[in-house]
Design a protein around this ligand. Structure first.
Ligand SMILES: C[S@@+](CC[C@H](N)C(=O)[O-])C[C@H]1O[C@@H](n2cnc3c(N)ncnc32)[C@H](O)[C@@H]1O
Length: 353
């Protein structure tokens, strides 16, 4: 974070009030000026960047990248953090151009200036979503924290864009409502696209099955080391009323084609141990861990007894692996849990923007 004295704290307070009221869509564009966007970019957007880092790390570990040569379209770009995180993770030369869309022209031009300074060789394309919808240009759609601000017609346009995209990477806040809204979009897009994340299957999303009304599909991203002791971040967290220890997010990653992501070894895992994703945060008690797993058969609240896998139960408490497992269970207890994603050694350097 830059020097806290340089930040426009009154702009941040104003933004906080807007986000809390959840009436941003009704009120129209709220980016007043460059200073508001700069203050947002250094704080709220950076925090959103940590969520992108977490998702992009999983994708890199799984050796998945969006197909090369597409236009990267950041829809509802704000200060442009999502597009920049994508370019840093996959390389600007993986994309033909960057297109930034926001109903606020101030936001789009702020994001364009930041992208041009970080990735000077990448062309910026002045392509509206409707122009991309009508063209045959292949594009990768990036969406970050936008859905709950969209009026119904714009939300429809966004789903139509996603249906046309070569690949989609989409992060929303990890709240009950936002996660379920994203899952509803997932159910509409699963016939045109392969689901890369978070799902290990392409059945109806089990969140919408009777009895699962209270559940939601969300994950947690850690801040980079040092953030929690940084006086600027501490002051921001107090004023914004956010907990910096972990940021909840929901996600959806799609690529054109049918089926579940090819990199998940579903075919190799025995039918008795289908691939599953663990949602939310497992609770770890002395003799067992309790977790919510999603697989092709639905959602299951499961116990993993410590005697079955003491090392994994210990890891779940402090440093959980990417939550993809071949999971053998009887609907109540786990008999075997094999992580599906190979993690690098703990001291491997993290990467960000
Ligand atoms: C919470 S901000 C998120 C910004 C950015 N994507 C990020 O992750 O930091 C929501 C963004 O959506 C934009 N937005 C809201 N309604 C929109 C609409 N109907 N069309 C395009 N953008 C919209 C807002 O201007 C704002 O930049």
């Amino acid at each position: 974070m830059p020097d806290p004295a340089q930040l426009d704290w009154s702009a941040l307070d104003r933004l906080r009030a807007t986000f809390l009221a959840r009436d941003a869509a009704a009120a129209g564009p709220y980016w007043r000026d460059h200073d508001t966007l700069a203050a947002y970019d250094a704080t709220y957007a950076e925090r959103i960047g940590w969520k992108w880092d977490a998702l992009l790390r999983e994708l890199r570990l799984r050796r998945w990248a969006p197909p090369a040569g597409t236009v990267l379209l950041d829809y509802g770009c704000g200060s442009g953090v999502a597009g920049r995180r994508m370019l840093a993770a996959f390389g600007a030369d993986n994309f033909a151009a960057l297109a930034l869309h926001d109903h606020s022209p101030e936001a789009a031009s702020f994001a364009a200036a930041r992208a041009a300074s970080a990735f000077p060789a990448l062309p910026l394309l002045d392509a509206s979503p409707s122009r991309l919808l009508d063209s045959s240009t292949p594009f990768t759609l990036v969406v970050s924290h936008v859905l709950n601000e969209l009026p119904p017609a714009a939300a429809e346009e966004l789903v139509a864009l996603a249906a046309r995209a070569t690949a989609v990477l989409w992060i929303e806040p990890g709240t009950h409502a936002d996660s379920r809204a994203l899952a509803a979009a997932r159910d509409r897009l699963r016939s045109s696209h392969r689901i890369v994340a978070p799902c290990t299957h392409r059945e109806n999303c089990p969140l919408f099955a009777a009895g699962n009304e209270r559940e939601w599909c969300h994950f947690f991203a850690e801040p980079p080391p040092g953030v929690q002791n940084d006086s600027g971040w501490v002051r921001f967290a107090q004023r914004a009323g956010v907990d910096l220890r972990s940021q909840a997010y929901s996600c959806l990653v799609l690529e054109r084609g049918a089926g579940v992501a090819a990199d998940l070894p579903a075919a190799e895992t025995p039918a008795a141990a289908p691939s599953a994703r663990v949602l939310g945060r497992p609770e770890v008690f002395k003799p067992y861990a309790r977790l919510l797993a999603c697989d092709a058969r639905g959602l299951h609240w499961l116990e993993l007894p410590k005697r079955v896998d003491p090392a994994l139960v210990k890891r779940l408490a402090k440093d959980p692996p990417t939550p993809l497992y071949a999971l053998a269970h009887d609907g109540r207890r786990i008999a075997a849990a094999t992580p599906l994603v190979a993690e690098p050694p703990p001291d491997a350097a993290p990467s960000g923007e």
